[in-house]
Design a binder for this molecule. Structure first.
Ligand code: ADP
Ligand code: MG
Length: 259
């Protein structure tokens, strides 16, 4: 199995002097789907960016703590940022394929960045395999040379998933990947996530409680009280978190009483 366990240990994060996460620890089990839930502004996106070394690209951003991929610290001084990015991919809220680039080239656009050389035949196989895994192949197989920007929003998001999968990530981070999609496209992306279970570790931020309930194995509830940094209030098995939360704030949030 290519999927790896991702473990965050005591992560604190700042923008300038503004502390937005306080000693957050979380284990995201290999091959499982972990959902991050919580109101806006509590640090979920920041936490995702810490997990694949994107946080450090923001001027003024700083952080403390460790992130281990199968036990190996991705922030170790000997580790290259590109290695972490390749192993830990990210899909954003707004689909961002290269609009003028073909569907085929979009799918394998990460190879060059990853320094991977491939023959035409290898590329053909990889394009088909990645698009199949992203549940997009049947819809685009006859128009691979057409521009990615010509696809519908939901198809563009699955193209971005295919592009991430083409470099064989061990973890895929998804930041509200369905919040700009219609219900049908959302269902397709959810089916894709289900079919990736076991092959890649998935960490997904969602504001949709039904979605978190449907697709995740484990759930972590983030919260930032007034003028304090974000923390994890509760974390555990998704069914248990929804049916029998341990913290009254979790009960209120999953039942839609705030946020
Ligand atoms: P969430 O994804 O849960 O909505 P974010 O991680 O986006 O939360 O934001 C957490 C806090 O960090 C917020 O107070 C937000 O204003 C702040 N923040 C996020 N990104 C930046 C940035 N690039 N520069 C400064 N502050 C930021
Ligand atoms: Mg966010």
């Amino acid at each position: 199995m290519n999927a790896a366990e991702l473990h965050a240990e005591n992560i604190s994060a700042w923008f300038g002097s503004h502390k937005v996460l306080d000693r957050v620890s979380l284990t995201m089990k290999a091959g499982e789907v972990t959902a991050l839930i919580g109101p806006s502004g509590c640090g979920k996106s920041t936490f995702l960016r810490v997990l694949n070394r994107m946080h450090e690209l923001i001027p003024s951003a700083s952080l403390f703590g460790e992130v281990r991929l199968d036990g190996h610290d991705i922030y170790d001084s000997g580790e290259r940022i590109t290695t972490a990015r390749r192993q830990i991919g990210m899909v954003f809220q707004k689909a961002n394929p290269f609009p003028a680039m073909s569907i085929y080239d979009n799918t394998i656009s990460g190879l060059k960045l990853a320094g991977v050389r491939a023959t035409r035949q290898q590329k053909d196989l990889l394009v088909e395999d990645s698009l199949r895994k992203a549940s997009l192949w049947d819809e685009v197989k006859d128009r691979l040379e057409q521009p990615g920007g010509g696809l519908s929003g939901g198809q563009q998001q699955r193209l971005c998933i295919a592009r991430s999968l083409a470099v064989s990530p061990r973890v895929l981070l998804m930041d509200e990947p369905c919040s700009a999609l219609d219900p049908t496209s959302t269902r397709r992306v959810e089916e894709t996530i289900q079919s990736l279970r076991g092959q890649v570790t998935i960490v997904i931020v969602t504001h949709n409680m039904q979605q978190a309930h449907r697709i995740s194995d484990e759930c972590a509830f983030f919260l930032a009280a007034q003028n304090t940094p974000g923390v994890i209030v509760e974390h555990g098995d998704t069914a248990a978190m929804f049916d029998n939360p341990q913290d009254s704030r979790t009960t209120d949030y999953v039942n839609g009483r705030f946020g």
